[in-house]
Design a protein around this ligand. Structure first.
Ligand SMILES: Cc1cc2nc3c(=O)[nH]c(=O)nc-3n(C[C@H](O)[C@H](O)[C@H](O)COP(=O)(O)O)c2cc1C
Length: 174
């Protein structure tokens, strides 16, 4: 299941997530993504939010999958509120004991802040986060006109991330 840190999937993170999900599909995985534009989730605790039908559907989708890929822009040194709110709508009973991968994009230099912060949240949800991770720095220049990475090292990192996510999930599920 892909979880995107922006509303629109027509964003760098939507694109990065699609690339990672496609790489997993090439390895035999089935993938799904939650589309916030089609089915927005209320802020946790907003009036009426506990009975929201989209929230229930989101929790069901999260329960029915074996692994997650998070992709978030870095905002002020951490993950976006959009991705944190999605994480706040699930609990270990939905997503625990499953496999996670984390990716981020930055306007500036690549760093590990957002990756580490998402890793902590996933750990708190009793997730097993794989060591492979991707931070795409200077994101406006990171993709060519065909949508491929300009830096081939990033493509190699993505291939390794997808392979690790699929293989670790298979091992964990026996
Ligand atoms: C509110 C806000 C805060 C941001 N903070 C940072 C930051 O701390 N470091 C950084 O490198 N880029 C920062 N940026 C740039 C975003 O990381 C960049 O626009 C994003 O990764 C692009 O991905 P997207 O197309 O999926 O939104 C910020 C952008 C916004 C809107």
């Amino acid at each position: 299941m892909g979880i995107c840190g922006t509303y629109s999937h027509d964003s760098a993170n939507g694109h990065l997530l699609r690339m990672a999900l496609d790489a997993c599909e090439t390895l035999g995985a089935e993938t799904v993504v939650w589309d916030l534009e089609e089915k927005p989730l209320p802020l946790v605790g907003a009036p009426g939010s506990w009975d929201d039908e989209n929230v229930k559907e989101f929790q069901e989708m999260a329960t029915n999958v074996d692994a997650y890929i998070l992709s978030s822009p870095e905002y002020h040194g951490t993950m976006s509120g959009v991705i944190k709110n999605q994480l706040d709508w699930v609990y270990a009973k939905h997503v625990g004991d499953k496999v996670w991968a984390v990716m981020s994009t930055l306007g500036g230099q690549a760093n590990s802040n957002t990756l580490n912060h998402m890793r902590i949240s996933a750990r708190w949800l009793h997730g097993h986060v794989i060591p492979e991770q991707i931070a795409v720095g200077k994101v406006k220049e990171a993709f060519n006109d065909d949508g491929a990475f300009v830096d081939n090292d990033l493509q190699e990192r993505m291939d390794k991330l997808a392979e690790s996510l699929v293989n670790t999930t298979k091992k964990l599920l026996g």
